[in-house]
Design a protein around this ligand. Structure first.
Ligand SMILES: NC(=O)c1ccc[n+]([C@@H]2O[C@H](COP(=O)([O-])OP(=O)(O)OC[C@H]3O[C@@H](n4cnc5c(N)ncnc54)[C@H](O)[C@@H]3O)[C@@H](O)[C@H]2O)c1
Length: 345
C-alpha cells in the first residue's frame, strides 16, 4: 500500500490539527471530513483543498471507503463514530479520553477484538521525550518496581469560565487528568482495582452558578498494592502563568523520578504579563509540524501501513476511562469504588 486514505470526523480544533499534520505525511491522503457545523466544513474544504465534505459521517465512510478514520468529536461523542468505523472495517485513531463511561470504553474494546481492526487512542504525551524517557528508565529497572505516584494538573479560573464553554457540564479531572492517568498506568503497567475520589464544589458554584467541582483528587490502588494520586483543580487566580501547573512523580522500590512541566523551557514577559508559552506538543518549525502530537498522529499511519500493534491500545483507553469514571462516582457518592475488571477479549 503506497498511501492510506484518511477521513476525519469532527473538524474542530483537534481535527484541524490532525489535518495539518497529515498534510505533511507522504503516506497519508486526507480525502474528506465530516462535521455538524457547516462553517467548519467550509473552512476545512478551503484550507485542505478537499473535493468533498459531509455533515453525515456514516454517508462519508460508506462513499469514501477510507482505510483510516480519525475521530475528533467531543469526549461524549466518540462511541457512535468509533463503532460505525470499526463495523465498516476501518482502522480508527480516536482522541482522548476513549469514552466518558467505563461501559462505553469496554464496548469499544470488545468491538476492536470482534472486528480485528486497529484502534489507537491519542494519548500524545507518550511521545513527549521526558515522559517517554521515564517509561524507558522504569522498564530498565533503574528505580525498581513503582510503588507510589503523584500527578498534578491545575489551571487558572479563566479556563473553565472564559475559555471552554462546556466546563459546567464537565470537571477539572475529566479536562486535565486524562493524560496523567494514562502515563502513570503505562509506567506502572498495571490495571486499577480500587478508587477513592474527593471533590470540592464552592467557588465556581457561588460565583458563576456552575454545579461542577473546583478541585478533585483521586487515589487509585493497583493489583500489586502500588497506588497513585491524581490532582486536578481549575480555580487558580487568573494571574497564574502556568496553563496548566503540572508535575508528575514516581517513587520506586529503590529510586524516584520527578518531571516538572510547569514552565516548559520558555519564560517570557511582555506588557500583557508574565507567561510560560508551550511548544512541546505541537509547533511549526520551518514549515513542518513537530512535537508529541504530530508524532502520535503519524505513528498510527505507520502502524496501519506496517501492520504493527498500536502504541496506545483500546485496553489502555479503557483503563484511563475506568479510573476517571470511578473517581467521579466516588467523589459524588462518598464511597470507595471497585473498578470492573478489564473486558475479556
Ligand atoms: N490530545 C490532546 O491533547 C487534546 C487536546 C484538546 C482536546 N482533545 C480532545 O479532542 C476532542 C475534540 O476536541 P476539540 O477541542 O477539537 O473540540 P471542538 O469542539 O473544537 O471540535 C469537535 C468537533 O466535532 C464536531 N462534531 C460533534 N459531533 C459530531 C458528529 N456526530 N459528527 C461530526 N462532527 C461532530 C463538532 O461540530 C466540532 O466541530 C475531544 O475529545 C477533546 O478532549 C485532545
Amino acid at each position: 500500500m503506497d498511501q492510506l486514505k484518511v477521513n476525519i470526523i469532527g473538524i474542530g480544533i483537534m481535527g484541524t490539527n490532525v489535518a495539518r499534520v497529515l498534510a505533511g505525511n507522504p503516506n497519508a491522503r486526507l480525502t474528506a471530513v465530516a462535521d455538524l457545523k457547516p462553517a467548519n466544513l467550509e473552512r476545512a474544504k478551503a484550507e485542505f483543498k478537499l473535493e468533498k465534505t459531509y455533515s453525515d459521517y456514516e454517508k462519508m465512510i460508506a462513499e469514501e471507503k477510507p482505510d483510516v478514520v480519525y475521530v475528533a468529536t467531543p469526549d461524549w461523542a466518540h462511541l457512535a463514530p468509533v463503532m460505525a468505523c470499526l463495523e465498516s472495517g476501518i482502522h480508527v485513531q480516536v482522541e482522548k479520553p476513549l469514552a466518558t463511561s467505563e461501559a462505553d470504553a469496554a464496548a469499544m474494546v470488545r468491538k476492536v477484538k470482534e472486528t480485528g481492526r486497529k484502534l489507537q487512542v491519542s494519548f500524545n504525551h507518550r511521545w513527549l521525550a521526558p515522559y517517554n524517557q521515564t517509561w524507558q528508565i522504569i522498564r530498565a529497572g533503574k528505580i525498581g518496581r513503582p510503588v507510589c505516584g503523584y500527578a498534578r494538573k491545575n489551571n487558572p479560573i479563566d479556563v473553565p469560565t472564559k475559555m471552554i464553554p462546556w466546563a459546567k457540564d464537565s470537571s477539572p479531572m475529566w479536562f486535565l487528568s486524562c493524560h496523567d492517568i494514562d502515563l502513570m498506568t503505562w509506567w506502572f503497567d498495571e490495571d486499577p482495582i480500587e478508587v477513592k475520589g474527593y471533590g470540592y464544589k464552592g467557588v465556581l458554584k457561588k460565583n458563576f452558578g456552575y454545579d461542577c467541582y473546583d478541585a478533585m483528587q483521586g487515589l487509585v490502588k493497583f493489583g500489586s498494592g502500588a497506588f497513585a494520586t491524581f490532582e486536578a483543580a481549575w480555580i487558580y487566580p487568573e494571574c497564574h502563568p502556568a496553563r496548566p501547573d503540572s508535575f508528575m512523580e514516581v517513587i520506586g522500590e529503590h529510586g524516584h523520578m520527578h518531571l516538572d512541566r510547569k514552565m516548559e523551557q520558555i519564560e517570557m514577559s511582555s506588557p500583557e504579563g508574565m507567561g510560560w508559552p508551550r511548544s512541546l506538543l505541537m509547533a511549526n518549525v520551518f514549515g513542518h509540524q513537530v512535537g508529541a502530537f504530530p508524532s502520535c498522529v503519524n505513528s498510527f499511519i505507520e502502524i496501519v501501513m506496517e501492520d504493527k500493534e498500536p502504541i496506545v491500545s483500546a485496553h489502555d483507553g479503557w483503563r484511563s476511562t475506568a479510573i476517571l469514571d470511578a473517581i467521579h462516582r466516588s467523589a459524588d457518592s462518598g464511597q470507595t469504588i471497585t473498578v470492573p475488571k478489564a473486558p475479556v477479549v
